[in-house]
Design a protein around this ligand. Structure first.
Ligand SMILES: C[S@@+](CC[C@H](N)C(=O)[O-])C[C@H]1O[C@@H](n2cnc3c(N)ncnc32)[C@H](O)[C@@H]1O
Length: 179
């Protein structure tokens, strides 16, 4: 399932609804870890890979990692870079796949980057569930109309198959082994 939210409380409620105890969760845009803490309390026997490119994250995530028993790995990196996805895809493969992908890059009414990141990361990691926090995408979702029925039931656009996986990762066979 692909979930879209904007209000931070709705976003966090979706996290509570979809995350199971042993889930592997990839969180894109963890900021100072306020939602990472919630994810860690839900995925008690799982693992979290949290990413952010901002300078405020590392110190706060290091504190959280010391405080919480759920394994959290923080990666300070830009999620638009294929090298970042490649690094995470390797780690996720070793863990048996990604169960939940969370995308919260901010940006309000500029959803283009968020959608591109969602499309490429979810096509590669093939999560069971994705949650995207973005106002523009939520507006689009409720405002657009179309007569043809194309839809997907998983956490990525499965109707697009492997089209969203970057060629470089395809060559390295780095997408989820669950496929
Ligand atoms: C709205 S905040 C995230 C809030 C957090 N998810 C929470 O629930 O508290 C957006 C975060 O996305 C990060 N971000 C934006 N673009 C990014 C990118 N290309 N790569 C990595 N992080 C990015 C920002 O640094 C910022 O910390």
């Amino acid at each position: 399932m692909i979930n879209v939210a904007y209000d931070i409380e709705v976003y966090r409620q979706v996290l509570r609804d979809i995350i199971k105890k042993d889930d592997v969760v990839v969180e894109l845009g963890c900021h100072v870890g306020n939602s990472t803490r919630i994810i860690a309390q839900l995925a008690l026997e799982g693992k979290i890979i949290a990413l952010d490119k901002g300078s405020q994250s590392k110190e706060k995530l290091d504190e959280l990692i010391k405080e919480i028993s759920t394994p959290i790995e923080f990666i300070e990196s830009d999620v638009r870079l294929h090298e970042t996805l490649e690094e995470v895809a390797r780690k996720v493969n070793e863990l048996g796949g990604c169960d939940v992908l969370s995308v919260d890059l901010g940006g309000g009414y500029h959803p283009d980057t968020t959608f591109k990141v969602f499309y490429i990361w979810s096509s590669t990691l093939k999560p069971r569930e994705t949650i995207i926090r973005n106002r523009g995408l939520l507006d689009f979702l409720h405002s657009a109309k179309g007569t043809e029925k194309i839809s997907s039931n998983k956490g990525w656009l499965e109707s697009c198959g492997d089209d969203g996986i970057p060629t470089r990762l395809k060559e390295l066979k780095l997408w989820s082994p669950k496929v």
